[in-house]
Write a protein that binds this ligand. Structure first.
Ligand code: ADP
Ligand code: MG
Length: 462
């Protein structure tokens, strides 16, 4: 028996096993760092040990492809240091065994703490986000008109998918649809984050039956910020089944996201095509005219609510509208600042007062750091930060890296060599190239321009 074991390709019996997987996992953590380890390597299990190769278990095909394309060489090198005779690794996609689910559960639970702390509306519609106070402009009129049509004729556009950058009115529209339909339908309004929270809670309590029933009984299912399910395999699985069963029974589904279905990353193809299967409408960044209308409406609302006069002349209003470039949430924030200032100083503001106040508002830019840019850009493109900063040159990493360099140049006071150093010691000429490339692309390509604007909004929001 002993002799046979020493042969190549032979399965090693229990007694003969030399590898301690826990020990190897620990070495992965050290070599690859916590971030990659937690997202990827932790989920790999050892299925079989042969004399010259290993069979490792991974949860999905996507997972396997990702690991193979990025980490395989290093993984092999690492396991070889434990057992020299190894020269190959095979992967097997394993059904989610109990043990595996446990791992996923723990991983996702870690993220739930954040969720608990954030203010989340769970099936609670906000009465002040309705169709009456949603102002129509050229950037949102299509989205607004289909949101209303859905209310008139359920299941005609199914699912209705609204996409657009942060602060452009997606949640407002979803909420308005919910309010419109809630009296005559069983409306479920939930953010994807909150959906996950309930999902995890139900797994923990061993109460999946209730979870499934609960969501599947709605006749109008509204889910906000679906991009959140990106990279979360077990959640996607559950969402897919919920989606299908709702569609089967003819419920209306309305979804929002920060990007078009096919642009979603790390989301199963079958889900993307389902999401794109109804009507997809885009909300664009607002033009000056819409921004002015929104400011006027907000002033009117505040005047009615607080029974006070807010004296901002048209010149001042146009100035605020033209200075606020990114989104409506920011616009309202700036307006509130101006109003607060005029209340505190009890004066009617002229344009130069406004300039001063806005200078401060837009000076938030000063606190944008290279670190912050790197984190936000890597989150935005859904790639691990360490990968974005690595030496790898593949396009999915290189573009985001260039975007981050470009923003670092534009939004911080760091010099080109300093920026280069922050990106794994790259040369300043690489930074110049990145700045040129992204400047050119954002001139020529609307998509790139939009991405840059969205990332800027995210940076200003933090
Ligand atoms: P998103 O969900 O796209 O990030 P929100 O729906 O939260 O954006 O909108 C951000 C803020 O801007 C909210 O206060 C919302 O009421 C307001 N808002 C957005 N679009 C409009 C609009 N067309 N008319 C009035 N208010 C708007
Ligand atoms: Mg929103």
């Amino acid at each position: 028996m002993d002799k046979i074991i020493k042969k190549q390709n032979v399965y090693v019996s229990e007694e003969e096993k030399t590898l301690n997987w826990v020990e190897i996992q620990n070495s992965f953590k050290k070599t690859f760092g916590n971030e990659i380890y937690n997202s990827w390597l932790q989920k790999i299990s050892l299925i079989k040990e042969y004399n010259d190769f290993l069979v490792l278990g991974v949860p999905t095909r996507f997972f396997r492809d990702w690991i193979v394309s990025r980490y395989l060489d290093k993984i092999l090198e690492q396991v070889k240091s434990f057992k020299l005779s190894l020269n190959r690794i095979e992967f097997k996609i394993i059904e989610e065994t109990k043990q595996n689910q446990e791992i996923i559960k723990i991983n996702e639970l870690n993220k739930v703490t954040e969720i608990k702390d954030s203010i989340l509306n769970y099936n609670r519609l906000n009465p002040s986000l309705n169709f009456n106070n949603f102002i129509k402009g050229s950037s949102n009129e299509i989205a607004l008109s289909y949101s209303k049509k859905v209310c008139e004729q359920l299941s005609r556009y199914n699912p209705l998918y609204l996409c657009g950058g942060v602060g452009l009115g997606k949640t407002h529209l979803l909420n308005a649809i919910g309010l419109e339909l809630q009296n005559e339908n069983n409306v479920m309004f939930i953010s994807a984050e909150r959906f996950m929270y309930h999902f995890i809670k139900s797994i923990k309590k061993n109460d999946m039956v209730n979870f499934k029933d609960f969501f599947r009984k709605s006749s109008v299912f509204i889910i906000d910020d679906i991009q959140f399910i990106s990279g979360k395999e077990s959640l996607q699985e559950e969402f897919f089944h919920t989606f299908n069963s709702l569609m089967d029974k003819g419920s209306q589904i309305i979804i929002s996201s920060d990007r078009a279905p096919m642009k979603l990353e790390r989301i199963q193809e079958r889900i993307k095509s389902r999401l794109a299967g109804g009507l997809v409408v885009d909300i664009e960044t607002p033009d000056l005219d819409l921004k002015i209308k929104i400011i006027k409406k907000k002033i009117e609302e505040i005047e009615n609510q607080f029974k006070e006069n807010i004296n901002l002349n048209d010149e001042v209003i146009s100035y605020i509208a033209s200075e606020s470039k990114t989104n409506i949430r920011e616009l309202i924030g700036v307006l509130n600042r101006v109003i607060a200032f005029s209340r505190v100083h009890n004066k009617i503001l002229n344009i130069s007062d406004c300039k001063n106040i806005l200078k401060d508002a837009f000076n938030q830019i000063r606190i944008i750091t290279v670190d912050k840019i790197q984190t936000i850009v890597s989150n935005y493109y859904n790639i691990p930060l360490s990968e974005m900063l690595s030496q790898r040159r593949s396009r999915p990493l290189a573009r985001p890296r260039q975007v981050a360099m470009y923003l670092a140049k534009k939004l911080t006071t760091r010099s080109l060599p300093e920026i280069g150093r922050r990106f794994a010691n790259r040369d300043h000429t690489t930074v110049i190239h990145a700045v040129k490339t992204i400047t050119r692309l954002s001139d020529q390509d609307d998509e790139m321009k939009k991405n840059i604007n969205q990332i800027k909004s995210l940076l200003l929001e933090q």
